[in-house]
Design a protein around this ligand. Structure first.
Ligand SMILES: [Fe+2]
Length: 422
């Protein structure tokens, strides 16, 4: 199945000029908006063309990231910030653990899929590096300071800030246009989503995978998972490998045409639409198309680091996630109770390096990254987590055992201890 490519230009032309309300929108553009919302609902993905995001912009960004990831590991690790949950700076390979590795419920569901739609089950953490760079303005007052922390700039890259900020804000502009079109298509006010995105902790989070070391067919760079943010956008990668699952369960390898961008639905849009649009499942695996691209790159003496120019667009941390407008009356609305967005994100992120060891009945001991994260997290935060709402794939009693397994000298958590934040 080929995903349709939506050209944003006609919509952008209209909104930059006269359009100010739903009534004024040309019926033809309204049809395009309905196609945007329908495609997001049915496929969890959307290919777009935005005249403001050129192939050259994408190339300039990928060139810089290839140069960064090609540096020795110990040089890159100077930008590592485990105490900030890796939410800024670099995340080394082997830290991100895919949900499918640790979530027993998900594994059961996967076994029931027909073979051609079954994801590859990874055997360990993702072998890819990632760089986290916040894009856009931040709120002056927020309850979620640690999610909105200062940027990390590596040495030797004078162009870093400008390149990251300009490519990042261009991709956010593209997401905002799509979010408006989707809102119109879903029968919501045009700014229903973009109003909540203002000052959100948007993250430009390119990944780097070393195809020299991990270029074997079947290597899983990102195990089957969904994204926890609102919408994710990527420029075209020089090495294919991304597959998505459609709403009907069918697995599709994504081909992004030159000059196009790919958008994927995350958990926050699922919440806001009460499950009308669900977070799209996806994986990145070395396929035979990746192998072809590796061969071509080697012949042309190009970099063998696979860079993805991923940007996670978020709903603002202090905004409340809840089904919007008519979705509040949707049959599944009860499954999506109001929750502060920052709280939802914190829950999902805080124990990422520990995921493998906090799954129900997991025999896997916590690794070094997990124990470091735990030490930095501190006892009060761990207690908040174990007393908080359930986190998918995390067993509370396994989480309580972490301090002992990591030889960290924490006092025991009091159940229902008053919530504190660090
Ligand atoms: Fe993802």
């Amino acid at each position: 199945m080929e995903l349709p490519v939506i050209d944003l230009e006609p919509y952008l032309d209209v909104v930059s000029g006269k359009y100010c309300g739903d009534e004024a929108l040309d019926p033809q553009l309204k049809t395009v908006c309905s196609e945007v919302s329908r495609t997001l609902r049915e496929t969890g993905a959307l290919l777009i063309k935005d005249p403001r995001c050129s192939a050259q912009d994408n190339d300039r960004f990928i060139d810089m990231m290839e140069k960064y990831f090609e540096q020795p590991d110990d040089v890159k690790r100077l930008q590592e910030r485990p105490h900030l949950h890796y939410q800024v700076g670099v995340t080394p390979e082997g830290v991100e653990v895919p949900r499918s590795l640790v979530d027993g419920e998900m594994q059961k569901k996967l076994q029931s899929l027909p073979e051609e739609s079954r994801p590859l089950i990874p055997t360990g953490p993702d072998p890819k590096w990632r760089y986290m760079w916040r894009v856009g303005p931040r709120p002056s007052t927020t309850r979620f300071q640690e999610l909105n922390s200062e940027p990390v700039i590596p040495e030797g890259f004078p162009e870093w800030k400008e390149t990251m900020d300009s490519w990042g804000s261009k991709m956010i502009a593209a997401i905002e246009a799509v979010a408006e079109m989707a809102a119109i298509g879903f029968g919501l006010p045009k700014d229903a989503f973009t109003g909540l995105m203002k000052q959100g902790p948007h993250l430009l989070a390119p990944t780097g995978s070393d195809l020299r070391r991990h270029g074997k067919e079947g290597t899983v760079f990102a195990g089957y998972h969904y994204d926890l943010n609102f919408l994710t956008i990527h420029g075209r990668s020089r090495f294919p490998g991304l597959s998505i699952w459609l709403r009907n369960g069918k697995k599709v390898e994504v081909k992004v045409p030159v000059g196009c961008l790919l958008i994927q639905t995350g958990k926050q849009i699922e919440w806001l639409t009460a499950g009308d649009c669900i977070a799209g499942m996806h994986e990145v695996v070395v396929t035979n198309r990746t192998l072809d691209a590796i061969k071509a790159a080697s012949q042309e003496n190009r970099s063998l680091w696979r860079v993805s120019s991923t940007l996670f667009a978020h709903i603002a941390s202090d905004a409340v996630l809840k089904p919007l407008g008519h979705f509040a009356q949707a049959p599944l609305a009860d499954k999506y109770p109001p929750i502060c967005t920052g709280e939802f994100v914190e829950q999902e992120l805080s124990l990422i390096p520990c995921r493998a060891s906090v799954a129900p009945f997991s025999p896997i001991p916590p690794n070094e990254a997990c124990c470091n994260a735990l030490r930095v997290l501190g006892q009060p935060c761990l207690c908040v987590l174990v007393n908080g709402p359930p986190i998918s794939g995390v067993d509370r009693s396994m989480a309580m055992q972490l301090p002992e397994k990591c030889n960290v000298n924490f006092g025991p958590c009091e159940l229902k201890k008053e919530k504190e934040r660090t």
